[in-house]
Design a protein around this ligand. Structure first.
Ligand code: AMP
Length: 419
């Protein structure tokens, strides 16, 4: 084989693209309905944005970033996530001068140097939504409600919303210390990575998949037993507002999320159809991120949905496959100019039509129409044309009728575009 794609980097082929477009379209509709606007941010940023924003002691910054020095000597990184970039854009363009509350979403590829496996790639797509400028717990519930509504709208089932509170800058260090003390006594059970995490970021040990680490952490102290009164009250209100909106949730005190910037509310939606990589989406509040990357103190909350994982869960739906509406078949002997002219007219009306470029036999054209899953075949037979008519064959039920050439477009538009 010639040159192939890089490991962990995928092509999304035409046969799959219908699902991607459907998911993106639904996200735009749902999010814009909730008052969010799209923002597009660069794929490359200065490395320090992620190092400071996401946190030096996170897996992403420690070992997963695609970082390189460009020809001008600057250290640049392919974005591993979108929140830090969106926050940078909010600060850089002073979006807060227009309105302190910004509700933004962004769809695009992210890059992480992870070990590729099913559901985990080096380039993957995320749909991100963020609210900047509101600390009120009601917005935590609003964002989660929007997420669940979106997931339902694309047709996902068997989902579970898990929530936790991670405390704030004042109370989290106490928990960190408590956890560190507890795990230090069990450090002989920890893998090499977790031995290091114990010193740098003990909360990350919750995410380790190694069996002995899981056992060491099983009965560890819970973050919710350590959080301060304000964080308790914030969490209590989030739960209350979720219940008001009729949302069921499960408390998961072991869900700590991978990134340092999370404070207070953290949430994940997991699917029991996904196996090991079961989180379809994760998010939370990050009230310290803005201070890490700029000078303003702006609260924020948001989530990122992994598109590959989401798409792998979509119910099979025939309508999501892009479909050829019409194949124009001609009786052969070179490319037929009539077919070319008709195809152009159809295309201008939004009817997806194909025809034969090579003067193949009618039989082979019919075979191609079948392979392309054309819904109709229009046969421009000489005898029928003399009478100003053409044969329209419905490939779904194999029925056939003659229709007048004059109002071909109207008839086909009615048949194809209206259902
Ligand atoms: P995170 O930004 O790590 O909170 O991840 C948010 C979501 O992005 C996850 O729930 C996954 O669905 C998806 N995701 C994260 N990393 C990967 C990856 N390497 N490959 C595919 N999807 C990913």
């Amino acid at each position: 084989m010639g040159i192939t794609a890089i490991r962990g980097f995928n092509d999304i082929l035409p046969s799959e693209i219908g699902k991607w477009q459907f998911v993106e379209k639904t996200a735009r509709e749902v999010f814009e309905g909730f008052g969010f606007s799209e923002i597009r941010i660069p794929i490359l940023e200065r490395t320090e944005l992620f190092a400071r924003g996401i946190g030096e002691a996170t897996d992403i910054v420690e070992k997963e970033m695609y970082t390189f020095i460009d020809k001008g000597g600057s250290s640049l990184t392919l974005r591993p996530e979108a929140t830090a970039s969106m926050a940078r854009a909010y600060l850089e363009h002073q979006l807060y001068t227009f309105d302190p509350v910004a509700k933004l979403y962004c769809i695009g590829p992210m890059f992480r140097y992870e070990r590729p496996q099913k559901g985990r790639y080096r380039q993957f797509y995320q749909i991100d939504a963020e609210v900047f400028g509101v600390g009120n717990p009601v917005v935590d519930a609003e964002v989660i409600l929007m997420l669940i509504h979106f997931l339902g709208k694309v047709g996902l089932e068997k989902l579970e919303l898990q929530i936790n509170s991670l405390g704030c800058r004042d109370c989290r260090p106490r928990y960190r210390e408590g956890l560190k003390n507890y795990l230090t006594k069990k450090s002989f059970q920890l893998c090499e990575d977790c031995q290091r995490r114990l010193q740098t970021n003990p909360l990350r040990i919750f995410d380790c998949k190694v069996q002995t680490c899981q056992e060491a952490i099983a009965d560890a102290p819970r973050v919710t037993d350590f959080i301060c009164a304000e964080c308790q009250s914030h969490f209590g209100k989030v739960k209350e507002y979720l219940s008001v909106a009729g949302l069921n949730y499960v408390l998961n005190p072991k869900m700590v999320r991978g990134l340092d910037y999370y404070t207070r509310t953290a949430f994940e939606v997991v699917s029991y159809d996904l196996g090991a990589q079961n989180a379809v989406t994760g998010g939370g509040r990050y009230d310290n991120l803005f201070q890490e990357i700029g000078e303003l103190d702006v609260p924020g909350i948001g989530f990122a949905i992994g598109m590959e994982r989401l798409i792998s869960l979509l119910p099979k739906d025939k309508k999501l496959e892009q479909q050829l509406h019409l194949f124009i078949a001609t009786p052969g002997k070179g490319m037929d100019e009539k077919a070319y002219r008709l195809a152009n007219q159809f295309h201008l009306e939004g009817i997806r039509a194909e025809f034969d470029y090579e003067g193949k036999s009618l039989k082979s054209q019919m075979r191609r129409a079948d392979k392309l899953k054309a819904r109709y075949v229009l046969i421009l037979g000489e005898e029928e044309l003399k009478k100003g008519r053409a044969v329209l064959r419905n490939m779904w039920n194999q029925s056939q009728e003659e229709i007048p050439i004059d109002n071909l477009i109207d008839v086909l538009k009615r048949k194809i575009l209206n259902n």
